[in-house]
Design a protein around this ligand. Structure first.
Ligand code: ADP
Ligand code: ADP
Ligand code: SF4
Length: 601
């Protein structure tokens, strides 16, 4: 076995502890040196050759900054990159195939973005040689002799890969790029297709806008267009679904399929499993321990690859990657239970008029402890509706029957950035302000929110230093920690991986039930919506001008209504219960449309 010792230097703070890791190490205590302070870095360094892997430092470190794992020796032959001594190790790479779309799925922190940077030639693999000079390309190519990696690295070495890369965090782009959309797209365009892409991606009305004025969903579509207009032979899309509603997700997936040049290599990293499934030709699972090491699996067929990932076992590798399988099931019992609880809020037909926007809602009611899912595009009146229910906005027509006074709403907006969350504060400060009980070890909120979402690892970190996924989890935790009557969470799954999405869904469900409150969840990942909602509210109309809200409908009925509008049919995977989008005009698509069963048959 090979010892891998990884220190998370963001968590490690030797000035705030007693350097217990060094003081208690048995190798150090018996005259050897397995761990010591590195003079240049002023932080500890662990020598993997002398460390015996006892794990004492792992337990002693008050900041949980150290991880020690033992990995099979033969894996070392596949070591592609290491981020410095005691840094993250990446084994293997998802290798794209000519003319095919490769989907990549896996936990956050498993090395997906690192793999994309290597595939694109943005990061030269060092084969784990962190002390001396990094290896030349020849050596990298030789190291992987006889494998698919060898061919790929040879192409990179010979400068034959021209990559176009859509990065994960679209919100970062306006900080680096300035200008009008039409100017930027025209400048980026190397294939003479930007005008076509503008039409296909519904960007025409935005051409005169400055990039800084775009919403997240608009930025996402703009970047997809810019990347596709590059004359490349490798196209990389890191999470193309964030901030898009369901219709836009499908649109983007179809545009990517249609516009990548034939014979090019395409890689898509995506946590929305319905979109990944719809878009990919085959799938690689990235597994390992987040932040410590990541391994790329062999390529699998799309259906089987996603199912193996969900079931937690990779047969070709003979590797269990999770102890429990993930199952998506519509919880009919949950729906029935909810309908037996007390009515919480009721409303008659409502009309709400704002300056330039009108919302109409059918009569309906919400029950205590209910999680109501919401589907529909952005700017269609979802927030307006909830504010009206709570008493913050007065309807022009209709009335609301609710407990006395104005109800308290706890709101997680769609876009979370350090500025609107509390930039300079630490995660701990934010949680304390929202509800001090979250910080009492073992308290209900501490277990159900802080620990379940693994926010406990982040308590010391400043908001401004968090990654997009960490920021999202903190924003959800803060919103759920507050005492409120209605919880409104807009796209809580953006930037989260499949497991984190389900942890968030569970936390929402538990809290809402236990408090007897109601939660309203805007969610564009169909699999997550399916998992979390007891009933759903469907919004239709014209964004920015006129919205219509259905009454709360049972999930199959609501989804049926919504999908009929979109002209999309969905079946259920028999093994995992996950929703799968039917290929347009396929046998099932035609049959389900004929039967009027857009959602499962
Ligand atoms: P993913 O895209 O799957 O979330 P990443 O490739 O972004 O994973 O990162 C994997 C791990 O590599 C991270 O948890 C982090 O610890 C480490 N890492 C990423 N970038 C760097 C870097 N520039 N320097 C040091 N470590 C890094
Ligand atoms: P969603 O939550 O579905 O994204 P919102 O309810 O926030 O949509 O907004 C619906 C529309 O109403 C948008 O066009 C928005 O600009 C507009 N709007 C929201 N609040 C107000 C307000 N207080 N005054 C005028 N227009 C508003
Ligand atoms: Fe020392 Fe044990 Fe930590 Fe290795 S795992 S550095 S031997 S305390």
């Amino acid at each position: 076995m090979t010892r891998v010792a990884v220190i998370d230097y963001e968590l490690c703070k030797p000035s705030k502890c007693n350097k217990e890791c060094i003081a208690f190490c048995p190798v150090n205590l018996t005259g050897g040196t397995a761990i010591e302070i590195d003079n240049a870095r002023k932080k500890p360094v662990i020598y993997e050759e002398t460390c015996i892997g006892c794990g004492i430092c792992v337990k002693k470190c008050p900041f949980k900054a150290i991880s020690i794992v033992n990995l099979p020796d033969e894996l070392e032959k596949m070591l592609v990159h290491r981020y410095g001594k005691n840094g993250f190790k990446l084994y293997g790479l998802p290798i794209p195939r000519e003319g095919k779309i490769l989907g990549v799925i896996g936990k956050n922190g498993a090395g997906k973005s690192t793999a994309l940077r290597i595939l694109a030639g943005e990061l030269r693999p060092n084969l784990g040689r962190v002390e001396d000079k990094p290896p030349e390309w020849d050596e990298v190519v030789r190291q992987f002799r006889g494998t698919e990696l060898q061919n790929y690295f040879r192409m990179l070495a010979e400068g034959k890969i021209r990559a176009a890369h859509k990065i994960q965090y679209v919100d970062m782009v306006p900080r680096r790029v300035r200008g009008k959309l039409s100017t930027l797209l025209e400048k980026a365009d190397e294939r003479g297709i930007w005008k076509e892409l503008v039409k296909e991606l519904n960007l025409s009305h935005l051409l005169d806008r400055d990039i800084r004025q775009l919403s997240g969903g608009e930025l996402q579509r703009f970047l997809v267009a810019a990347v596709l207009s590059k004359d490349a032979n490798l196209y990389l899309f890191d999470e193309p679904s964030s901030y898009l509603d369901i219709r836009e997700r499908i649109r983007v997936a179809r545009v990517i399929r249609r516009y990548v040049p034939s014979g090019s290599y395409v890689v898509v990293v995506e946590h929305d499993i319905a979109m990944l499934d719809y878009l990919s030709d085959h799938v690689v699972v990235m597994y390992g321990e987040p932040g410590v090491y990541g391994i790329a699996s062999k390529p699998y067929g799309v259906r089987t690859g996603i199912n193996h990932f969900l079931k937690g076992y990779l047969p070709a590798e003979n590797m269990r990657i999770r102890s429990e399988p993930i199952k998506y099931t519509i919880s009919f019992t949950q729906q029935q239970e909810v309908q037996q609880t007390r009515r919480y809020i009721g409303w008659s037909r409502l009309v709400v008029r704002l300056d330039g926007f009108t919302l109409e809602a059918e009569p309906g009611e919400l029950h205590e402890g209910e999680v109501l899912g919401v589907v529909g595009p952005n700017g269609i009146g979802k927030t307006t509706f909830v504010r009206t229910l709570a008493g913050e906005l007065e309807p022009a027509e209709g009335n609301i029957d609710k407990p006395e006074g104005q109800l308290r709403i706890s709101y997680k907006p769609q876009y979370v950035n350090p500025e609107n969350l509390g930039g300079d504060a630490t995660v701990e400060q934010l949680l304390r302000e929202a509800n001090p009980s979250t910080l009492s070890p073992g308290s209900w909120l501490n277990v159900e929110i802080v620990r379940r979402l693994r926010v406990d690892r982040l308590l010391d970190r400043r908001i401004a230093e968090l990654s997009g996924g960490e920021l999202q989890k903190v924003a959800v935790a803060v919103a759920l920690a507050r005492e409120a009557d209605i919880y409104l969470l807009d796209e809580p799954s953006a930037y989260l991986d499949v497991e984190e999405r389900l942890s968030v869904a569970k936390a929402i469900r538990r809290l809402t039930e236990a408090r007897g409150a109601a939660a309203i969840i805007v969610e564009h990942d169909i699999a997550v919506q399916d998992y979390i909602a007891s009933r759903i509210l469907v919004f239709t109309g014209t964004p920015g001008s006129h919205g219509k809200a259905s009454k709360p409908l049972p999930l199959p009925e609501g989804m049926n209504l919504f999908l009929r509008e979109l002209g999309i049919t969905i079946r259920k995977d028999p093994e995992t219960g996950r929703p799968r989008i039917n290929k347009e005009d396929s046998f099932l698509d035609r049959m389900q449309k004929r039967l009027g069963k857009y959602y499962y048959i």
